[in-house]
Design a protein around this ligand. Structure first.
Ligand code: SAM
Length: 269
């Protein structure tokens, strides 16, 4: 069993789960009435050995395009694979908030935490950005994607955020989309506070950027200042760890520009 499967097992195995609501699974296959979705070996292992599901049990499926669907396990063979039979649509796909999170790569535990929390908070894209003070230069994108999928399944989101490869800051700013505001979290003071920056603009497309533990360099601040879409914002009087700043900024954005006027779907969906 892979490390990811073990993590998933530790986080989700819950004997009461079976009675509460259908398990949710992210799949890449198209979803429609009567379609069959193949399960790979890892998914079959997860459903049978971890979640104790059997042929005939319900599963909720989403693929980020077709909404959420009720399905049943039609065939399953631990260690080999299986098949889900799609029955009916539970929820249509909805447009989700357009908010990117750009963060300097941090160590493994904080990057896992940021990935899970940003997914729960509705980020549409997770984009590691390499800065001069970054202590970590590489990101395990497979692990990031697996954490994002698992968090999306658990929080009842209808999509999984895209995970982009780490990119140098200057390169990330090249060809920046004209209509997308880049909100840079800046702890140095002298800026507007985040709620002021957020309420002053009606833009629909945003990116939040958080620096590394050592902060941005003067050169990087100058580079960012040169981007017309860039806005610097403060998050209060305390120096936050990068992961706290990312989570706090996303929460502020969701409450002003995002979907925090809606409630979660009913738990039986
Ligand atoms: N270099 C800083 C220092 O040692 O004083 C600390 C950087 S902080 C740990 C990491 C990142 O979190 C910063 O680059 C910034 O993006 C964000 N951040 C932390 N506290 C913040 C605050 N109070 N306001 C805005 N951004 C903050």
């Amino acid at each position: 069993m892979s490390r990811f499967s073990r993590d998933r097992q530790r986080l989700t195995a819950d004997p009461g789960e079976k009675n509460r609501r259908p398990l949710r699974l992210y799949v890449e296959a198209p979803l429609a009435v009567g379609s069959a979705v193949a399960l790979d070996q890892a998914q079959a292992h997860y459903l049978t050995n971890v979640m104790r599901r059997r042929v005939g049990d319900p599963v909720a499926l989403f693929n980020g395009i077709d909404g959420e669907w009720f399905a049943r396990i039609g065939d399953i063979r631990p260690g080999r694979g299986g098949m889900l039979e799609v029955e009916s649509r539970a929820r249509p796909q909805i447009a989700e908030p357009d908010i990117w999170l750009m963060m300097a790569p941090v160590k493994r535990v904080p990057i896992d935490l940021i990935t899970v929390k940003a997914t729960e908070l509705g980020a549409s894209l997770l984009w590691p950005v390499i800065t001069q003070h970054a202590v970590v230069q590489r990101v395990n994108l497979r692990r990031m994607r697996a954490n994002a999928v698992e968090a999306a399944e658990q929080c009842r989101r209808l999509s999984v955020p895209a995970c982009r490869s780490p990119t140098a800051l200057a390169e990330a700013l090249e060809g920046w989309p004209a209509e997308r505001i880049l909100l840079v979290c800046d702890e140095r003071g002298g800026n507007e506070m985040i709620h002021q920056v957020l309420t002053r603009s009606k833009a629909e497309s945003w990116a939040i950027m958080v620096g590394p533990e050592g902060g941005f360099t003067d050169e990087e601040f100058a580079l960012l200042r040169g981007l017309p879409q860039c806005r610097f914002a403060g998050l209060g009087p305390r120096i936050l760890r990068a992961e706290t700043a990312a989570i706090a900024a996303l929460a502020c954005w969701q409450s002003i520009h995002g979907d925090w006027r809606e409630n979660p779907p009913p738990s039986k969906s």
